[in-house]
Design a protein around this ligand. Structure first.
Ligand SMILES: NC(=O)c1ccc[n+]([C@@H]2O[C@H](COP(=O)([O-])OP(=O)(O)OC[C@H]3O[C@@H](n4cnc5c(N)ncnc54)[C@H](OP(=O)(O)O)[C@@H]3O)[C@@H](O)[C@H]2O)c1
Length: 264
């Protein structure tokens, strides 16, 4: 499925994006690795074991929309096409609404939502010309459910569903596909880079995260679902049942979430 295909991954310097890179390389893909930290991207490129001509380290900040059109040209100059775009870069939050500086909401939306929108708009003309291509978007269980201390994170992930469900409908007849991935707790460093109420880095890891599904298992499940052409998938432990509770018994889920204690 992924053999000889070009996959562009944002958020490739760590966690789920890093695990996707390693697994895609194992399955024969050529990779474009993007995130802000170039040294970490170089480390991941090495970990994939790919020869230099099959991997492009392309540092970028997804909030720098003006830069993205040029990055698309760099990818095309190297590989000639883009088959998969894994829109995976993201940051989270640990703060109550009453304490949160509005700047934190702007930042969460800029990275998690507008970053994905900007890259989509930059690369979409090429995928339409090719008449093929697949966007794989990392949302979250928090893209389906609102929980305490994640108001901006949940909002940004909910927004992804509206945008990418619309895009899927618009481009389905053009040969393009969209898969939205909703992970539960996955073992990655995401909570250490979370924003606190003032916008400072939270800098701690959470127990739920530490006990979550290993990132490599998450990546394998994502790729299986993408290969099967699934539109939306849930990956994680029993926390993903919250999505079904919300759908069928919303009052019960609301009570469970209300009674959960605040972290920190
Ligand atoms: N771990 C979980 O339990 C979990 C659950 C649900 C959803 N998710 C989602 O999964 C995705 C990956 O998160 P993760 O858990 O793997 O966390 P992670 O290890 O912290 O990875 C986040 C990645 O996003 C990149 N990134 C952050 N801001 C960026 C920016 N402005 N421009 C470009 N890249 C940026 C980071 O790289 P740089 O710092 O080098 O830029 C890093 O590679 C996120 O969208 C997250 O919301 C995670």
């Amino acid at each position: 499925m992924f053999n000889q295909k070009t996959a562009w991954i944002t958020g490739a310097s760590s966690g789920i994006g890093e695990a996707l890179a390693v697994e895609l390389a194992r399955q024969g893909a050529r990779l474009v690795l993007s995130a802000r930290r170039e040294t970490e991207l170089q480390r991941v490129a090495k970990a994939t074991g790919l020869p230099a001509d099959a991997v492009l380290v392309l540092p970028l900040d997804v909030t720098d929309a003006a830069d993205l059109a040029e990055k698309v040209q760099t990818v095309l100059a190297r590989f000639g096409r883009v088959d998969y775009v894994f829109q995976n870069a993201g940051i989270t939050q640990r703060s109550l609404v009453q304490d949160t500086d509005p700047v934190v909401y702007r930042r969460l939306m800029d990275v998690n939502f507008f970053g994905a929108v900007a890259l989509t708009q930059a690369v979409l003309p090429q995928l339409l010309t090719q008449k093929s291509g697949h966007f794989v978007v990392t949302s979250s269980v928090a893209g389906k459910i609102g929980v305490k201390q994640r108001s901006g994170y949940c909002a940004s992930k909910h927004a992804l569903h509206g945008f990418f469900d619309s895009l899927r409908a618009e481009v389905a007849n053009e040969g393009l596909r969209v898969t939205i991935v909703c992970p539960g707790y996955i073992r990655t460093p995401i909570s250490s880079s979370a924003l606190s109420a003032s916008g400072e880095v939270y800098g701690k890891s959470d127990r739920a995260q530490e006990q979550g599904m290993p990132a490599d298992e998450c990546a394998r499940r994502i790729l299986k679902a993408v290969a099967a052409g699934r539109e939306e998938i849930y990956v994680g432990g029993r926390e993903i049942w919250g999505i079904y509770l919300k759908r069928f018994f919303p009052a019960i889920l609301s009570k469970i979430i209300r009674n959960r204690r605040v972290e920190g």
